[in-house]
Design a protein around this ligand. Structure first.
Ligand code: 13P
Length: 258
């Protein structure tokens, strides 16, 4: 059982394409200076759509080991869907990952589990690795029903999927109360839910899938807590917001193993 750790930077709606250029070069430089081993930890950035072409150009020109993806994708192929971006467009830009179901899109754009599942399906069928996000709000956590809530989100999104397809996705557990608040879930809190997710995958899709699917934690992950988070049995990486916007902190987190 080998799951390659994954450090993923979700830039959200930050940085224009010139700033993106600067950040990607900075991350690459930091990682090179510290002899980062990309086989020990995969490094992926999720810039805004308008920055992706710029990131592609740098990654290709400098043959960087950094991968990149999109923060969202349309379930439609093309046509009259104002503001949407298709899998074909992302494919042309060399993206390898796509995020769906981030709590910010669920909350501000009314995305349902069914839509999130359809986006994951669309992304996988188009050859991308879907990063399926889940996570509970503070009220749910306070009520003590967070595990049940999160498993419900995942099971609804992956209903009817084959074990092989589920093994190819990445799940990101991001408790909403820990996002951008500086309040990280303790590594035990994070492990509790990530472990429950893996157990649910085991029950629904079997051992091989449960052992292969990567599960990330997200929510105020930073250089100070990454080692402890990564030491947990069922945490295979992090989806990082704020701390991914600085080359030094993001690169330091990618080198959690050092
Ligand atoms: P922060 O790391 O800023 O808390 O954001 C987490 C997140 O939502 C990543 O997708």
């Amino acid at each position: 059982m080998t799951r390659t750790p994954l450090m993923a930077g979700n830039w959200k709606m930050n940085l224009d394409h010139l700033e993106a250029n600067h950040l990607v070069q900075g991350i690459a430089m930091e990682l090179k200076d510290h002899h980062h081993d990309y086989d020990r930890c995969e490094v992926v950035v999720f810039p805004p759509f308008t920055d992706i072409r710029t990131v592609q150009t740098i990654v290709d020109a400098d043959e960087l080991g950094i991968k990149y993806g999109a923060q969202d994708v349309s379930i439609h192929d093309n046509g009259a869907y104002t503001g949407e971006i298709s899998t074909a467009m992302l494919d042309k830009l060399g993206c390898s990952y796509v995020i769906m179901g981030h709590s910010e899109r669920r909350e501000y754009h009314g995305e349902s589990d069914e839509l999130v599942g359809a986006k994951a399906r669309k992304a996988l069928d188009a050859g991308f690795t879907p990063v399926l996000c889940c996570g509970e709000a503070l009220e749910v956590r306070k009520a003590g029903t967070h595990v049940e809530f999160v498993l419900g989100q995942i099971r609804a999104a992956l209903a009817g999927w084959s074990a092989e397809d589920v093994a190819a996705i990445v799940v990101a557990y991001e408790p909403i109360w820990a996002i951008g608040t500086g309040e990280t879930a303790t590594s035990q809190d994070a492990q509790e839910v990530c472990g429950a997710i893996r157990q649910a995958l085991r029950e629904d899709f079997g051992d091989a899938t449960a052992d292969a699917t990567r599960i990330l934690y997200g929510g105020s992950a930073n250089p100070g807590n990454i080692k402890e988070l990564m030491a947990q049995a069922d945490i295979d990486g992090a989806l990082i917001g704020g701390a991914s916007l600085k080359a030094e902190s993001f690169a330091e987190m990618a080198r959690f193993y050092a």
